[in-house]
Write a protein that binds this ligand. Structure first.
Ligand SMILES: *Cc1c(COP(=O)(O)O)cnc(C)c1O
Length: 345
């Protein structure tokens, strides 16, 4: 097998197409597929390194499975946790102590798109020797690069924008060689969280078009956000790339774009939200995100339903909230669809 050399000076778009490519003696232009069987398992990044007595600090607003692992699974192994409000740097400083082994953040958060100041939290982590793990699913790759801001590990659900066409379930962890090889790989080797080879192959192919697709996802999200801003049926727009976002300055600092995800609150509560979603012609109604097809979600009744009324209130998820994952269709068509559906809501 022949490995491509001298990739370090390549820009991300070139690395995504050619990086780390292995070619066999047959000179295939697409990675060869060796069929075997294996199974997948999630959030190895915490399980591989924590032990009884350790302390974890995490954002209050987290994807529900991550929240479940931190608040329900880890405590069974004697690992304590503290949850912190995303945008409150003072609270992060207070919560992260000498006992803290890992800090887990999601920014922008799903589905409320609150931000955590990655560089600031990274600085606090460094001062006590804690590891900073960033769930970067909502910004998607390239738009936000946490490792450059001081994070130790970046986590992706490849199910989302990386696959980009809703074909596979998978995850990816990025970090320093010592962590990936000595800690994570050892854990994975002995416990089995491996993606099937066919899915890994599909995801590798997806990387080649990632930059192009994300540019369109981002552009479409910004167009839809602009159309929603100031609309009479929209009581609140939530988009990191729009000046109305309470942490707009931070978004400008740590993201190169507003990202592919947005949310908004509709006038008229849950009924209006349902009428709006049902009136859409192009957008699919689904709990998924990061697909070529645009998707709308009602988090309070689906993805975040399990939080219960109290949990929803704590996370700031109202019945009026609609989450939007902008696809790669024509942006003008998406805007027309949204405006028409708002009129019917
Ligand atoms: C979907 C999602 C995950 C988990 O991804 P799966 O592929 O469904 O396991 C984690 N974090 C965020 C922010 C997500 O949206």
């Amino acid at each position: 097998m022949k490995d491509k050399q001298s990739q370090s000076h390549w820009q991300p778009a070139t690395k995504l197409v050619h990086g780390g490519r292995l070619t066999s003696e047959f000179g295939e232009t697409s990675e060869a597929l060796f069929l075997n069987s294996s199974y997948s398992y999630e959030t190895a990044v915490l399980m591989c390194q924590l032990k009884s007595g350790d302390h974890v600090v995490a954002s209050k607003t987290l994807f529900s499975s991550c929240q479940y692992i931190i608040t329900q699974v880890l405590p069974r192994f004697g690992i304590t946790y503290t949850l912190v409000e995303c945008g409150n740097n003072e609270a992060w400083k207070k919560a992260i102590t000498a006992q803290t082994k890992c800090v887990f953040i999601e920014t922008p958060a799903n589905p409320t798109l609150e931000l955590v100041d990655i560089a600031e939290v990274a600085k606090i982590c460094k001062s006590v020797g804690a590891q900073l793990i960033v769930d970067n699913v909502f910004s998607a790759p390239l738009t936000q690069r946490p490792l450059e801001l001081g994070a130790d590990v970046v986590m992706y659900s490849t199910t989302k924008h990386i696959d980009g066409q809703g074909r596979t379930l998978g995850g990816a962890l990025l970090g320093k060689k010592a962590f990936i090889e000595d800690i994570l790989r050892q854990f994975c080797r002995h416990t089995g969280p491996h993606m099937s080879h066919f899915n890994a192959w599909l995801i590798l192919k997806s990387l080649e078009t990632l930059e192009l697709r994300l540019a369109r996802h981002n552009e479409n999200a910004a167009k839809v956000a602009e159309a929603l801003a100031g609309h009479a049926k929209v009581s609140r727009l939530i988009y990191p790339g729009h000046a109305s976002h309470p942490q707009y300055a931070l978004a400008q600092k740590q993201m190169s774009h507003g990202g592919p995800m947005l949310a908004f609150e509709i006038v008229g509560g849950r009924e209006a939200a349902f009428r709006f979603m049902n009136a859409l012609e192009i957008f699919d109604i689904s709990n998924n995100l990061g697909n070529a097809k645009s998707i709308v979600t009602h988090p309070a009744s689906t993805t975040h339903y399990a939080l219960g009324a109290e949990g929803l209130a704590r996370a700031g998820i109202t019945q009026s909230l609609v989450r939007v994952s902008a696809g790669i269709e024509d942006g003008g068509d998406l805007v027309k669809d949204v405006i028409r559906a708002l009129d019917k809501a």
